[in-house]
Design a protein around this ligand. Sequence first.
Ligand SMILES: NC(=O)c1ccc[n+]([C@@H]2O[C@H](COP(=O)([O-])OP(=O)(O)OC[C@H]3O[C@@H](n4cnc5c(N)ncnc54)[C@H](O)[C@@H]3O)[C@@H](O)[C@H]2O)c1
Length: 279
Amino acid sequence: MSTRRIYMKSVVITGSARGLGLEMAKVFRRNGVNVVISDLNEENLKKAVEKLEEIQSDSKIYSCVCNVTNVDNVKNLISYAKENVGKIDIWINNAGVNQPEKAIWELDIKDINTVIDVDLKGTIICSNLVMQEMIENKGGAIYNIEGYGSNDATMLGLSIYGTSKRAVTYFTEALAKECETKNTGVIVGKLSPGIMITDFITNALGNGEKINLSEKTKKVYNILGDYPDVVAEFLVKGMLKNTKNNAKIEWLTNAKASFRFMTAAFNKRDFFNTKKLDK
Ligand SMILES: NC(=O)c1ccc[n+]([C@@H]2O[C@H](COP(=O)([O-])OP(=O)(O)OC[C@H]3O[C@@H](n4cnc5c(N)ncnc54)[C@H](O)[C@@H]3O)[C@@H](O)[C@H]2O)c1
């Protein structure tokens, strides 16, 4: 009797010990995709693996410490993924940090560097290195995460983050074009998650420096925000279906946002009083 090897897709997600990254890993696992999660801290990764193991699936789970600002760490993550899953089908540049809620001139230069290094340079470094792997494999998909500023919006206290995300959007489109021009077989896309109720919105720089949300901001988040599992479900289904280069998979479209505002009077969501912030 011959044994037929069933090919399972694989995904590598940066910054996936919590938040959107972990929720996307769960959805991929539910869909039978092998997942490689990665993040800064081994302990947090262990806890994330335990959560993934609770999901019944034939897919395999791997984890690897990786700081996306460190070239050797990223090279190591790629080798680790190759060794364990063979081909990397999907790579998601998800790792990100928020900035302290300050005007540009009030920020420490080291904090400005951290935001640009993680949110923008991390995405560029990972894309540069994983492209080489995907070109060798004659295919694969890279997705980058948009955020506040991607659409040119500006707001006090989000300028450096917004600068990074605006640049991530440009970078993603440029990379998609180069992939096509050079006939690489690799596709590149943008994930637009809207507003999610994660640690991100109340922690600057990923290190627990608190961001105090104003009542007005909380009101907007209650109208437009969602828990990351809801957004992850939508984004992963989009990625699994997508075959086009330069796609944008967008959760909070303008139409959805307008509808949410129009129906705000009936909105019963209250993320900040009755529910736990991080899921
Ligand atoms: N939460 C939102 O409202 C929102 C909105 C739009 C876009 N985003 C983007 O979505 C992505 C995920 O955000 P989230 O809300 O899940 O945030 P989160 O803070 O819950 O998770 C981010 C993860 O990235 C990790 N990380 C930070 N620096 C890293 C580094 N140098 N190397 C590797 N990992 C690192 C953190 O440890 C954490 O696990 C980010 O790119 C963020 O900018 C978030």
